[in-house]
Design a protein around this ligand. Structure first.
Ligand SMILES: Nc1ncnc2c1ncn2[C@@H]1O[C@H](COP(=O)(O)OP(=O)(O)OP(=O)(O)O)[C@@H](O)[C@H]1O
Ligand SMILES: [Mg+2]
Length: 351
């Protein structure tokens, strides 16, 4: 695949899983989830509805109308190229206006399962599967008054020409949104394929930079140093390459990339703090403590030093679990480490 470097395993797993009703793709910010999904689906020339939930990241909560408007826009994009889909959308809550559709969200609202059924019928007629991609689906935890999981479960069980690809940058997408392990959840017990996208390891990151620079006919020596400073996140490395190619100034490219990553990660971290009414000083302290790896005891000690008093294990556990759940922290054996090296830059967080 031309535009995707490395990731052979992830690409073939995704391609080979396209007949599964549910694929979950997990990876930290900027690791390449969206580009992987889009390029595989484009290359396979399949029809897909792409629902970008990231747009809701700064909202405290969302309502059905917000979600349905994103869906409406995407369906209209498909309808433009496939007029025959319209005849399948003659359902309650859908107004057909020439060559576009209008979804109601008020009293006579369109039901998500009806839209899914329509897409499935169309898929059956055409003899093809239609894919629903929900990008950064954990944002849907904030959807009030409507549970999209019932419609997804209905589609999973009944609509054979409709498959789902769900991406998320947080562990929450599985445990708090899809809730596949939760007996109370509509999706309980459904099998799924899981694809994890990790930052590049050192060797891959260096090859990635090398190839990027070679394409630009630039000889760049300091690849290892760049990895040591920025880590292996393809998004940051891409940004670094972009600035370096423009300026030929390595320091400037590093500083700018750090600034860019810091802005993005800070926003995520601030949303995380705000969402749970969490204490900024404590959480930033844990991130600082775990920059180079840490143990439970180090976290507890650092929090006690911060507050000058004893802190009970339950409180420490809550803080650590929250950071794990939102994928800011990773646990490896008994060690904790920040999930992205540049998360270590947010010490002076302002939010
Ligand atoms: N394997 C790769 N090869 C080439 N470029 C890549 C690769 N992975 C990621 N990138 C680049 O890194 C940047 C981030 O990728 P992408 O937007 O796909 O990541 P993401 O995980 O969806 O990020 P976000 O969390 O912001 O949604 C993009 O500029 C993309 O082109
Ligand atoms: Mg993305």
């Amino acid at each position: 695949m031309k535009d995707i470097f490395d990731r052979e395993n992830e690409i073939s797993l995704l391609k080979n899983s396209l007949d599964s009703p549910l694929i979950v793709i997990m990876g930290l910010r900027r690791t390449g989830k969206t580009s992987l999904v889009r390029s595989v689906l484009n290359e396979e020339k399949v029809t897909y509805i792409f629902l970008d939930m990231r747009r809701f990241e700064n909202k405290e909560y969302i309502v059905y109308k917000d979600f349905i408007q994103v869906l409406e826009k995407e369906i209209n994009r498909i309808v433009k190229k496939n007029r025959d889909l319209i005849s399948h959308l003659q359902i309650r809550g859908v107004q057909i206006m020439g060559i576009s559709v209008n979804f109601s969200w008020g009293r006579d609202k369109v039901e998500l399962s009806d839209i899914f059924s329509s897409l499935n019928d169309w898929g059956e007629e055409k003899g093809k599967t239609v894919y629903i991609v929900i990008d950064e689906a954990q944002e849907l935890i904030k959807l009030k008054g409507y549970n999209v999981l019932y419609s997804i479960a209905y589609a999973f069980d009944n609509l054979k020409k409709l498959n789902f690809i769900i991406t998320g940058s947080e562990v929450r997408v599985k445990d708090k949104f899809l809730k596949l392990q939760d007996e109370e959840s509509p999706l309980f017990g459904r099998t799924h394929i899981e694809i994890n996208i990790k930052p590049f390891d050192k060797e891959t990151a260096i090859r990635f930079l090398e190839e990027g620079f070679r394409e630009q006919r630039i000889n760049f020596e300091d690849k290892e140093r760049v990895y040591d400073i920025l880590g292996g996140n393809p998004g940051w490395l891409t940004y670094f390459g972009y600035v370096y190619i423009k300026t030929k100034d390595e320091e400037k490219a590093i500083v700018n990339t750090k600034k860019y990553a810091k802005k993005l990660l800070s926003r995520e971290f601030c949303n995380f703090l705000k969402e749970g009414g969490r204490d900024k000083r404590r959480y930033v302290k844990v991130i600082e403590t775990c920059k180079e790896g840490c143990r439970w005891k180090d976290i507890k000690n650092s929090l006690e030093a911060l507050e000058g008093r004893e802190i009970n294990d339950g409180t420490v556990r809550d803080i650590v679990n929250n950071l794990l759940e939102y994928s800011f922290l990773i646990k490896e054996d008994k060690e904790y480490i920040i999930a992205d090296k540049l998360l270590g830059e947010i010490s002076d967080l302002r939010c």
